[in-house]
Design a protein. Structure first.
Ligand SMILES: CC(C)(COP(=O)(O)OP(=O)(O)OC[C@H]1O[C@@H](n2cnc3c(N)ncnc32)[C@H](O)[C@@H]1OP(=O)(O)O)[C@@H](O)C(=O)NCCC(=O)NCCS
Length: 181
């Protein structure tokens, strides 16, 4: 229908794991988005997929004209520590050909808006300090730098640092987006 948004955010189904793995592997190959240096296959990411849950730590799939172009996720921070249950680590990955169009912003806003439902009060993003795009995205959405471990991440061809960005979710007045989940 003309005028209908082409971008949707929804939950994944298990048959879509391969598409998510391929997007993650792009980030692995890129070398500035994750500390992993070896690509994954579907089986290796199954445990990651299974450990997420719509009601607690969701995966958010981004589709454009029904094609999967990215995903975000909330994961436990210091898993198993009851007093840290309301903290989650947020991650986001878009297919390279769909980056730089504002979709990362829409995804992150959607995740922030979903935090109340899944009882998350604090979001933490853990990223490489060379990942300028993600830093910009996080700052734009109210995240502040909470930590910087300098020169601790060693790739074959470079050394970089680890940044921690954080957001107290209730302290930001987020507008509700018209996305489907
Ligand atoms: C990080 C990511 C999700 C951002 O999504 P995106 O759709 O590309 O970002 P947006 O278009 O919403 O832009 C967000 C901000 O980043 C800025 N940005 C885009 N490309 C940039 C670049 N190369 N360098 C610096 N800033 C950049 C945009 O200008 C925008 O800020 P502005 O609105 O103030 O101008 C996406 O680039 C991505 O998937 N990257 C690879 C995976 C990754 O690094 N994930 C994070 C690991 S936790």
């Amino acid at each position: 229908m003309p005028g209908m948004p082409r971008l949707h955010i929804r939950w994944p189904v298990r048959t879509e794991l391969s598409a998510l793995v391929e997007i993650y592997n792009q980030a692995v190959r890129n070398g500035t988005a994750t500390g992993h240096t070896k690509e994954f296959n579907r089986q290796q990411r199954w445990e990651w997929y299974r450990s997420h849950d719509i009601m607690a730590y969701p995966i958010y799939v981004v589709t454009y004209d029904k094609k999967i172009i990215g995903y975000g996720s909330l994961s436990p921070y210091r898993k198993g520590r009851q007093a840290m249950r309301s903290i989650a680590e947020v991650s986001f990955f878009l297919d390279e050909t769909f980056q730089g169009r504002g979709f990362g912003s829409i995804l992150l806003e959607k995740i922030i808006n979903d935090c109340h439902r899944v009882k998350i009060k604090t979001l933490i993003a853990i990223l490489l300090d060379v990942n300028k795009k993600s830093v910009r995205l996080l700052k734009k959405h109210g995240f502040k730098k909470w930590g910087h471990f300098r020169d601790v991440v060693e790739f074959e061809d470079k050394t970089c640092g680890q940044l921690i960005y954080g957001l107290k979710v209730g302290e930001k007045n987020n507008e509700i987006l018209h996305c489907e989940v």
